[in-house]
Design a protein around this ligand. Structure first.
Ligand code: MG
Length: 164
C-alpha cells in the first residue's frame, strides 16, 4: 500500500506523461507539414513511448489499489522553427520530466516506500536515455547548420530510429 500523497504525485506524473505524448505528436505533425518525414517518424515513435510510460505508471497505481484520475491537458505548441528547434524543445521538456521523476524518488525515499523506489528506477534509467537521444540529435544538427544537404541526410538518419 502506498501513501495518499504518493498516489497523488504518481497520478500527476501519469498526466504529465500523456502531455509528453501530446507534445511529441504535435512536433511529429509539424515535422510532416515541413516535409521532414524522418523526424516525423522519430517523433511518432516517441509519442508511442510516452503513452507507454503513462500506462506503466497507471498499471503501478492500479496494482497498488489506487484510482487513476485523468486531467484536462494543456495544448502543446503547433509550430517550430526547424528540426533543431524541435529537438531543443524536446530536451527542455525531458529535463523537466527528469526533475519530476527525481522528486518522486525523493518522496519514496522519505516515505521508505521501497516498492515505489523499485518501480521508479526504470524511469530514472529511461530519462538518461531520453536526454541522451535528444542531445545526440542536437549535436548532429548543430554540425549540419543550415545546409540543405546536411538536413536532408540528417532527417533520413532520424527516420532510421529503431531499425538497429
Ligand atoms: Mg516519458
Amino acid at each position: 500500500m502506498i501513501s495518499k500523497k504518493m498516489a497523488q504525485e504518481i497520478n500527476a506524473q501519469i498526466n504529465r506523461e500523456f502531455f509528453s505524448a501530446f507534445l511529441y505528436l504535435a512536433i511529429a505533425n509539424d515535422a510532416l507539414d515541413k516535409g521532414f518525414n524522418g523526424t516525423y517518424r522519430w517523433m511518432s515513435l516517441q509519442f508511442k513511448e510516452e503513452q507507454e510510460h503513462a500506462l506503466k505508471f497507471s498499471k503501478y497505481l492500479q496494482d497498488q489499489g489506487q484510482k487513476v484520475v485523468l486531467d484536462a491537458m494543456e495544448a502543446p505548441k503547433t509550430e517550430w522553427k526547424n528540426i533543431l528547434d524541435m529537438f531543443e524543445d524536446a530536451l527542455l521538456h525531458e529535463k523537466k520530466v527528469t526533475a519530476w521523476i527525481n522528486d518522486l524518488y525523493t518522496l519514496a525515499l522519505e516515505e521508505k516506500d521501497y516498492a515505489t523506489q523499485s518501480m521508479l528506477r526504470w524511469f530514472i534509467d529511461e530519462q538518461v536515455e531520453e536526454e541522451a537521444n535528444c542531445n545526440e540529435a542536437i549535436a548532429a544538427l548543430a554540425m549540419v547548420g543550415a545546409s540543405a544537404n546536411g538536413l536532408f541526410m540528417m532527417d533520413r538518419q532520424l527516420g532510421k530510429r529503431g531499425q538497429g
